[in-house]
Ligand binder design. Sequence first.
Ligand code: NAG
Ligand code: NAG
Ligand code: NAG
Ligand code: NAG
Length: 340
Amino acid sequence: MLTRKFKLLLGVMIIVLVAIVLLDNVYQSLITFKWKTIFACDSDVQLRIIAIVGNRALSLKRLLNSLNNASYFEDNVVLDIWIDRSKDRKVDKQTLEVANSFHFLHGTKYIHIQPSYAGVYGQWIYTWNVSDLYPEIAVILEDDIEVSPFFYKWLKMVHNKYDSYDNINGYSLHGRCENHALIAPRNKYIHVPKNNTVFLYPAFNTWGFSPHTKHWLHFVNWVTLKSNDTTFKPSIANIEPTIAYEIARSRGTVANNWDFLHLYHAYVHKLFTVFPNIQGDRGLSVHWKEKGLHYPENRDKKSSGDLLQNWIPEIESLPDSPLYFDFAGRNINPKNYQWP
Ligand SMILES: *[C@@H]1O[C@H](CO)[C@@H](O)[C@H](O)[C@H]1NC(C)=O
Ligand SMILES: *[C@@H]1O[C@H](CO)[C@@H](O)[C@H](O)[C@H]1NC(C)=O
Ligand SMILES: *[C@@H]1O[C@H](CO)[C@@H](O)[C@H](O)[C@H]1NC(C)=O
Ligand SMILES: *[C@@H]1O[C@H](CO)[C@@H](O)[C@H](O)[C@H]1NC(C)=O
């Protein structure tokens, strides 16, 4: 009798033990894996890549492949692909197919389809749900951009170094920066002494841009108010973008020139964009000047420069007092600089 009771007790104890071990495993996997994926809250994101896309399937494919080939140091990365509609509300099937079939190796991919035509204005301004509650780095990439394998390594470095400076509007990935002054020869690049790994310029560049959270948040609220204000006539003396904006305003197409509003906001608040200055003008991004709004055709299929394909340790020495340049490419002192 005793031995039967003992065996029964032993059996029950073994079952209970096994159940505890099994439940614990389930519990562990729930807390370490399931909850994290289901409730991955925005405060966990370290890098948010925002790819804004129209109807250029092949360009998108090149951009996405370059994103897969980049280093992310096991950081928590989100890739948001925003697909715009045409003015008659159509989504390009091939572009959607490229986005759907792409397997992002370094984080979570989300595909968002705009409910109606957003254009460059809507695609740039309302795709990052910017909040100063979240520490994430965001980078906005048009579909005809290609990135260097080190774009994120560079972004982490410069955000870490310069985010606390009070006049930094953001970071441009592109390796060269054209000046905007009417008096300077057109299409001339800002010339910066080679021993400066970065420099600052008043205008940003749409060929790969990572905004400073605080100033972008301010800009988005400001531009939302200004964009419908017909009495608002922004102007900066002696620069080419003012003329382009005035022409667009007379044609009723200012939404395509939204980047002038970004520049004007920088001008009003005395903000500068950080650019890389790497040997051989190599960039953390290049632009393929593909058929679209700004380039009717790119016959010879040339990119806007060379990508940084090998890391150069010197890039890591970021100056405490970087050089500043004005619209004509002249070295300035930001403390006593008179904006035009
Ligand atoms: C991927 O990155 C490596 C450097 O990390 C580079 O040498 C190579 O050319 C890149 N491949 C493509 C397809 O961009
Ligand atoms: C955007 O961020 C705010 C917090 O700033 C949050 O409350 C809201 O749910 C977010 N919206 C979306 C669509 O993610
Ligand atoms: C670059 O070189 C110039 C001239 O040799 C020097 O005055 C300057 O301090 C250097 N700048 C940096 C950031 O090393
Ligand atoms: C501005 O106009 C657009 C349509 O052009 C409209 O969708 C938007 O709500 C308006 N914004 C404001 C702040 O009135």
